[in-house]
Design a binder for this molecule. Structure first.
Ligand code: ZN
Length: 77
């Protein structure tokens, strides 16, 4: 699979997903993604993208500090 942006080679790996919610920053670690070897752009599968939304939503309700760091998990409902 080629990079959507620069047509570089992508590699299956894990990456950090960082979302800035204004008052809080949520960092999700070990997210499965394809990362471009040329520009560093990460792309997520639909399944992973949906799961990330759920994780961020869950973290928002239990956030205790300005920065929340969580592991990627398929089990968040
Ligand atoms: Zn690229």
């Amino acid at each position: 699979m080629k990079c959507f942006y620069c047509k570089g080679e992508t590699k299956e790996t894990t990456t950090k997903f960082i979302v800035d919610l204004g008052r809080y920053v949520v960092v999700v670690k070990n997210v499965p993604a394809r990362v471009c070897q040329q520009c560093g752009e990460a792309s997520y599968s639909n399944e992973v993208a949906q799961q990330l939304e759920k994780i961020v939503e869950a973290v928002k309700h239990s956030i205790m500090s300005e920065v929340a760091i969580v592991e990627y998990s398929r089990d968040v409902a």
